[in-house]
Design a protein. Structure first.
Length: 409
């Protein structure tokens, strides 16, 4: 079967997602390493002037001797390695993925007309504005008197994140709400690198080149932002992965679950940071993290309230409903898919519809036509291991129906 634009588009999504994962691994790895390194620095009587501390490390059969200056060395070294593109490309690829999946697929993944009935263009503008405004609020708080006290600042920022978690659930689908909370937070982290940490480092370098003495305030501010990034990393990872778990994103208290996840990020990172700083094992973080996680499990088990009446089918959905072969395809979906993709799945071991995709009504089959086509027509991804014995002729019918509807036939 010849390759069409939809298959190419799905391949593009995969390529961008892979790039996002690769760059995120690189950024998180360097971030965690340097935080552990900074916390593990030791003072000794023989340190050169201006050196804050040193650390000896062994890895891969080699020994490394690392020193950190309080502000900067008295002269600029010939070779200086910068760590910035990992953060930049993580955000660029993540934003590209947001556009490809949630903006171009807004009718399925972004807009829930039972939550907020707005045109797709308005939902996209709300999405972009929320991410931009998020950085402005965060940066303003850091620069305000609140930002002079790290503990007070973190409490205020947590309140902002909880508020945004709730707000997003009033704007988008559950899946998009948690994904946007992750993008909101990841944008703050990336902007910290691009607009604060790297510019401050460049100011220090420029001062050294001109023969001056750098202001230590640049380093203090950069370290504060780096610490924020360190504690926000794990919650962002959870939020990005949550889109695969409907018991997380498609529940009445998804916003509260996300809030607890931010607290778990603090307890987990505090344990490792305390250990890296030579302060021993903060064992209290273990039961605290378990308690928070049990809270997440309990919240995810609370039954959802009855769904509102579905909105009228869109023009695109109407086209799929009217296309030749729809009745046969819908019968196939009911017979092969709906035992898992149901409001109350009855396949053993399935507690909620995978990815929140429910396929019980004709309108739902039409709404998820693209995914049915890709997952069960053009590929054999669904049903998993063909457990419900979907026949080759049924897959061909799905392909013919979708391509007929798409071409307007």
């Amino acid at each position: 079967m010849p390759m069409d634009w939809l298959v190419l588009w799905d391949g593009l999504e995969f390529a961008v997602r892979w790039l996002h994962v690769i760059t995120a691994i690189a950024w998180i790895g360097t971030s965690f390493y340097f935080v552990a390194l900074d916390l593990g620095l030791r003072k000794s009587p023989n340190l050169p002037q201006g050196v804050h501390g040193e650390e000896w490390q062994v890895h891969g059969g080699g020994f490394y001797h690392i020193q950190k200056y309080n502000v900067a060395p008295d002269h600029l070294p010939e070779h200086l390695t910068w760590f910035k593109w990992e953060a930049y490309w993580t955000w660029i690829s993540g934003m590209a993925l947001l556009i490809l999946v949630y903006y171009f697929g807004a009718e399925m993944y972004l807009v829930d007309r039972a939550v907020l009935d707005v045109p797709i263009w308005a939902a996209i503008l709300i999405s972009i504005a929320s991410i931009v405004v998020g950085w402005l609020i965060y940066n303003g708080l850091c620069r305000s008197p609140v930002g002079q006290d790290d503990t007070r600042l973190m409490l205020v920022l947590f309140a902002v994140l909880v508020g945004m978690a709730w707000l997003y659930t009033q704007l988008f689908t559950g899946r998009a709400a948690l994904l946007h909370l992750g993008a909101f937070t990841a944008t703050i982290m990336s902007a910290n690198v691009a607009m604060i940490i790297i510019p401050n480092q460049k100011k220090v370098v420029a001062t050294l080149k001109s023969g001056g003495t750098p202001d230590p305030e640049y380093g203090r501010i950069a370290k504060q932002r780096s610490t924020h990034n360190n504690y926000l990393t794990l919650p962002v990872l959870f939020l990005m992965l949550s889109i695969h778990y409907p018991l997380i994103f498609a529940t009445p208290f998804n916003w509260l679950i996300a809030s607890l996840v931010f607290l778990m990020g603090v307890t987990i990172r505090h344990y490792f940071n305390s250990y890296s700083a030579g302060k021993g094992h903060a064992y209290w973080t273990w039961p605290a993290t378990v308690a928070l996680f049990l809270g997440v499990v309990w919240l995810s088990s609370i039954p959802a309230t009855p769904m509102a009446e579905p909105a009228a089918a869109s023009a695109q959905e109407q086209r799929f409903l009217a296309a030749a072969g729809f009745e046969a395809v819908h019968a196939t979906v009911l017979g092969r898919c709906s035992m898992c993709h149901a409001t109350e799945p009855f396949w053993p071991g399935i507690a909620a519809a995978p990815n929140g995709v429910i396929l019980e009504s004709e309108a739902e089959t039409a709404r998820w036509a693209r995914e049915i086509y890709l997952q069960a027509g053009r590929s054999h991804a669904m049903p998993p291991a063909n457990l419900t014995y979907m026949e080759p002729d049924e897959r061909r019918l799905i392909v013919q129906w979708y391509e007929t509807a798409r071409s307007g036939g």
